[in-house]
Design a protein around this ligand. Structure first.
Ligand SMILES: CCCCCCCCCC(=O)SCCNC(=O)CCNC(=O)[C@H](O)C(C)(C)COP(=O)(O)OP(=O)(O)OC[C@H]1O[C@@H](n2cnc3c(N)ncnc32)[C@H](O)[C@@H]1OP(=O)(O)O
Length: 224
């Protein structure tokens, strides 16, 4: 396979594209604690068997909390800058569906470069990601794989959009237990970046995916 996608040594700053950027380390403890609480709330709401009085009181409390937060907002498209211990810097969207630090619906997933060069991380999918009884929904597994695949291209200096995603479900993936996610670039060809990722439970692959990410056009790129 030809390797001529010209990896960038430096990924451009999203501010050059007119996007707002928040540094992850600047997110307040209060904001992150609130996200965690709401994540737990969503799981509780999804599973509660509370009676009408408790449900009504909880709804009123949630409505009050929402009204209290109903003020200035981050724009859609706001990016977050992650700084990793190995010096790598990565940008993602603040509310990314899988890894956005302020998104209570995100797992979240944090991938770090391992010694073998792969990106690796662990996450737990709770009962709100359910498909079959006790098992993770295949669409969410595809989303986790897509995110990991995109991160692998990004971490290699070749940010792109998923053009094609191919997923195989090898074994059921259980809810509420840690699963390991790994991903890597396997090749490049012009603007195409070939990537592969797996989700494992207890060391066994439960889902695996490959994708073609097409590098986004960057200022100064010839586009080939
Ligand atoms: C922290 C950061 C981490 C971020 C992680 C984010 C992970 C999430 C990733 C996503 O979810 S991205 C969102 C879902 N994807 C999209 O919305 C993409 C929608 N599609 C497009 O915008 C365009 O189709 C695309 C940019 C992918 C390609 O259009 P282009 O006009 O730029 O490219 P072009 O059509 O010229 O194709 C470039 C090469 O890719 C190939 N290609 C394009 N689409 C393909 C396809 N579907 N399958 C296979 N190959 C494909 C195409 O054949 C060609 O190969 P060659 O170089 O060999 O000629």
């Amino acid at each position: 396979m030809t390797v001529d996608a010209h990896p960038d040594t430096e990924i451009p700053d999203p501010r050059d594209f007119g996007l707002a950027v928040v540094a992850e380390e600047d997110l307040s403890d209060e904001a992150l604690a609130l996200v965690q609480e709401v994540r737990a709330l969503v799981d509780t709401v999804a599973h509660t068997r509370a009676g009408a009085d408790d449900l009504a009181a909880a709804r009123a409390a949630v409505a009050e909390a929402r009204a209290r937060l109903d003020g200035p907002r981050h724009d859609v498209g706001t990016m977050v800058r992650h700084s990793f211990p190995d010096g790598r810097v990565e940008w993602g969207t603040l509310t990314n569906a899988v890894a956005g630090p302020t998104n209570p619906l995100a797992m979240p997933l944090r991938l770090e470069r391992a010694e073998d060069g792969d990106l690796r991380g662990t996450t737990v999918l709770n009962g709100v990601y359910q498909g079959p009884p006790g098992l993770v929904h295949g669409g969410w597994l595809a989303a986790v794989l897509d995110q990991a695949l995109g991160s692998a291209a990004n971490a290699a200096g070749m940010p792109g959009l998923t053009a094609n995603l191919d997923v195989n479900y090898r074994r059921p993936t259980p809810l509420n237990t840690p699963v390991e996610v790994s991903a890597r670039v396997t090749g490049t060809e012009r603007r195409k970046v070939f990537v592969a990722a797996e989700i494992r439970h207890n060391g066994e692959v439960t889902a695996e995916g490959t994708a073609i990410m097409v590098r986004i056009g960057l200022p100064g790129d010839s586009g080939s």
